[in-house]
Design a protein around this ligand. Structure first.
Ligand code: NAD
Length: 279
C-alpha cells in the first residue's frame, strides 16, 4: 500500500522557512492580486491566498477591476503596479473575461515581480537551469518528489499533460535533475500509446483534468504517482488517476484533494519572498 504524499505536511515545513526569510527582509513584502470581474472559484483562491499570505507576514493587496475592463486598461494597471516600489509581486487571478488574453497580459508583468513564474523570461531561465522564480504547480511537484527522498537521476519519468503551466515547465525541471522524461498528451492517447508509456513509469505525473483517465492497474509496482488533476465528480473532488487501485501498486501517491493543491499556494508565497529578496 502506497504512502500518502500530502501537500500540507510539506507546505508546513516550507512555510517555516518562508517566515524566517520574511523576518530578515527589511520590509513587509507586498503581494498585489488583481481580479477582473466576478468569479466564485477565483474568490475562493483569493481567500486562501490572503490567509496564507497574512499568516506568513506578507501583505495581501487585493485589486478588483470591473468586468468590462479592457485589455489595455488592465495593462496600464499592471504597469502602475510594476512601477510601484512597494509592490514585490503581482498575480492575475483567472479566469479573465473574454476580452482579455492572459498570454498577452502576463508578458506585461515585470519578470522580477512575476511570482507565478509564467513570464517568458522566467520560463526561459528554466531551460538554462537558472530560474529563481518557478511556476507554482511544477515547483510543488518537485517539492513532493523531494519529500520521497528518491534520486531522480536516470529515473523513468512519465508526465501526462503538456500544458504551459504544468507539463512543459515540469519536464524541463526534471531534465535538470537528469531524469529520463517522456511527455504524453492528447496525441499520445489518440495514437493509442498512452498505456504503454504509463506502464513503464517509475514516476508518473498526471495533469490532464479527466477523472479516471489513468486506470490504477497501469501503475507500475512501486511507482511514485503525482496526480495534479482536479475534477468535480458528483460533488466530490477527484484526480485523474483511479486512486484506490493505484494506491495498491504505488510506493507513494498524492491524494486529491490534499496532494499538489495545498502546496501550490505556498510556492506562490515562496516566489514572492524570492522576488522581494532580489529587488
Ligand atoms: P490543460 O487543459 O491546459 O492541458 C491538458 C493536457 O492534457 C494537454 O496537454 C492535453 O493534450 C492533455 N490531454 C487531454 N486529454 C488527454 C487524453 N485523453 N490523454 C492524454 N492527454 C490528454 O490543463 P492544465 O491547466 O495543465 O490542468 C490540468 C489539470 O490539472 C486540471 O485538472 C487542472 O485543474 C489541474 N491543475 C491543478 C493545479 C494544482 O495546483 N493542483 C494547478 C494547475 C492545474
Amino acid at each position: 500500500m502506497a504512502k500518502l504524499l500530502e501537500g500540507k505536511v510539506v507546505a508546513e515545513r516550507i512555510k517555516e522557512q518562508i517566515k524566517k526569510d520574511v523576518a530578515v527582509l527589511k520590509i513587509k513584502p507586498v503581494l498585489a492580486s488583481v481580479m477582473v470581474g466576478e468569479n466564485a472559484g477565483a474568490e475562493t483562491y483569493v481567500k486562501s491566498q490572503k490567509k496564507n499570505a497574512e499568516n506568513l507576514g506578507i501583505e495581501y493587496q487585493f485589486h478588483k477591476l470591473a468586468a468590462d475592463t479592457s485589455e489595455s486598461a488592465l495593462v496600464e494597471f499592471i504597469q502602475k503596479l510594476n512601477a510601484d516600489k512597494t509592490v514585490n509581486g503581482i498575480i492575475i487571478q483567472m479566469p479573465l473575461p473574454a476580452q482579455i488574453d492572459y498570454k498577452k497580459i502576463s508578458q506585461h508583468i515585470l519578470p522580477q515581480k512575476d511570482i507565478e513564474g509564467m513570464h517568458p523570461a522566467n520560463i526561459g531561465k528554466i531551460v538554462f537551469g537558472k530560474a529563481i522564480i518557478l511556476p507554482c504547480t511544477p515547483a510543488a511537484v518537485m517539492e513532493l518528489l523531494k519529500e520521497t527522498g528518491v534520486d531522480l537521476y536516470g529515473k523513468e519519468v512519465v508526465i501526462v499533460g503538456h500544458s504551459e503551466i504544468v507539463g512543459k515547465p515540469l519536464a524541463l525541471l526534471l531534465l535538470e535533475k537528469f531524469a529520463t522524461v517522456t511527455v504524453c498528451h492528447i496525441g499520445t492517447s489518440k495514437a493509442g500509446k498512452l498505456e504503454e508509456h504509463v506502464r513503464k513509469a517509475e514516476i508518473l505525473i498526471v495533469a490532464v483534468g479527466k477523472a479516471g483517465l489513468i486506470k490504477g492497474d497501469l501503475v507500475k509496482e512501486g511507482a511514485i504517482v503525482i496526480d495534479v488533476g482536479i475534477n468535480r465528480v458528483a460533488d466530490k473532488i477527484v484526480g485523474d488517476v483511479e486512486f484506490e487501485a493505484a494506491e495498491k501498486r504505488a510506493s507513494y501517491i498524492t491524494p486529491v484533494p490534499g496532494g499538489v493543491g495545498p502546496l501550490t499556494v505556498t510556492m506562490l508565497m515562496r516566489n514572492l519572498v524570492e522576488a522581494a529578496k532580489s529587488q
